[in-house]
Design a protein around this ligand. Structure first.
Ligand SMILES: Nc1ncnc2c1ncn2[C@@H]1O[C@H](COP(=O)(O)OP(=O)(O)OP(=O)(O)O)[C@@H](O)[C@H]1O
Ligand SMILES: [Mg+2]
Length: 353
């Protein structure tokens, strides 16, 4: 499987040779090593994987390209990884790009024209496609051709250029920001779910194996608990705990080493990041635990509504820290406990526990 990427945004700048860019290069190498390449290596998302296996087999039998697929869900759950696993399982080439890299019409036309039959085109952050690029994509997705206008106004002619029969895989963290017509052109639309503790433990043990570091079951459990249901975070934590284990103990990650290293790194015991915590504190301190409207939270935090809804809230809701009510968001009793606030006594009755 050849992987060709024109994703300028994610390439390190050639001019930038400071420590930060070196770190990025190192991280990229680490990412490539641990990224699953087959369905067997791809942990969790069981239902989605089973559905995809059947769709892939059917497409192979029909000798037709796979239907266009859209994956959405919070960052780090494995959308990009899954796209390359699919291409690998289809024995197809994949071209990886992202919407911000497709600014001019010729960017999207160029990439569409370069595709061969059966290729996979992966467009990350697909909700950020501009209108023109989106319209060019419509006919390519539906009927495999591009409508192009040549010449100046009076003599202009519209010509249709066929494209190869490709599969588009789109990924987004903000499904709500995708236009209806674009969304409708995907044959398969799937939301990626947060990983269970067992699945995260499996991700952590696999990564530790690739890094050649010993880890106990309890060590993996301790890291899983602070991984926010997200394999990307789990992997990042394994790397940091591994460093700690090498310096401070015998290099083995057990419960004690994992705990002291994560505490030292000030990783929140539930894996919350600074925005999660700011959001909860805001509801608790300024709005007396809520309910408070999402618009108000968005203005106070300086994050757009869709980002709060699609990126931050899903985990906070799943962890039972935020409750969604018709009158707005409320902090749960668990959120008060976790952030060490005293429950306002007059509100105790309001919490659904
Ligand atoms: N199912 C999985 N099994 C094992 N590791 C996984 C799995 N899914 C993701 N990972 C790991 O987590 C990391 C993040 O995954 P990926 O980049 O695919 O997430 P994403 O959903 O595309 O995130 P973003 O929205 O930020 O683009 C990958 O480097 C990969 O190693
Ligand atoms: Mg991605």
């Amino acid at each position: 499987m050849a992987i060709i990427s024109n994703d300028e945004e994610k390439k390190p700048s050639r001019k930038n040779t400071n420590a930060v860019s070196k770190q990025t290069e190192y991280d990229r190498g680490f990412e490539n090593n641990i990224r699953p390449k087959t369905f067997d290596e791809y942990i969790g998302q069981t239902h989605l994987k089973e559905t995809l296996k059947i769709t892939i087999l059917a497409a192979k039998k029909r000798e037709q390209p796979l239907d266009h697929l859209l994956f959405y869900g919070p960052p780090g759950l494995g959308k990009t990884t899954l796209a390359s696993v699919i291409a690998n399982e289809m024995k197809s080439n994949i071209k990886i790009t992202s919407a911000p890299a497709l600014e001019r019409p010729r960017d999207i036309i160029g990439i569409l024209m370069s595709l061969k039959d059966g290729d996979v085109l992966f467009i990350d952050e697909i909700h950020r496609l501009n209108k023109i690029a989106e319209e060019i994509l419509y006919s390519a997705m539906e009927d495999f051709f591009i409508d192009m206008t040549t010449g100046k106004t009076q003599t202009s002619k519209s010509i249709r250029i066929p494209t190869a029969k490709f599969t588009l895989i789109g990924a987004t963290t903000k499904a709500g920001a995708l236009s209806g017509p674009l969304r409708d052109r995907f044959g398969i639309v799937h939301r990626l779910e947060f990983y269970t503790m067992e699945e995260l433990e499996a991700v952590i043990s696999r990564t530790a194996g690739i890094l050649d570091v010993k880890i106990t079951e309890d060590g993996a459990k301790t890291i899983a608990l602070r991984s926010r249901g997200t394999p990307r975070i789990a992997n990042r934590l394994v790397k940091r705990v591994r460093d700690y284990a090498i310096v401070k103990s015998d290099g083995v990650i057990d419960e004690k080493t994992a705990k002291s290293s994560l505490d030292l790194l000030k990783i929140d015991p539930l894996g919350l990041d600074t925005t999660d915590i700011a959001l909860l504190r805001l509801i608790i301190e300024k709005y007396n635990g809520g309910p408070v409207g999402i618009e108000t939270l968005s203005a106070a935090l300086g994050e757009d509504i869709k980002t709060i809804e699609d990126v931050y809230e899903p985990f906070l809701i799943q962890a039972g820290l935020i409750l969604r009510t018709p009158r707005g968001r409320k902090a749960s009793a668990e959120a008060y406990r976790h952030l060490k606030y005293k429950l306002p006594s007059q509100q105790v009755g309001l919490f659904d526990e």
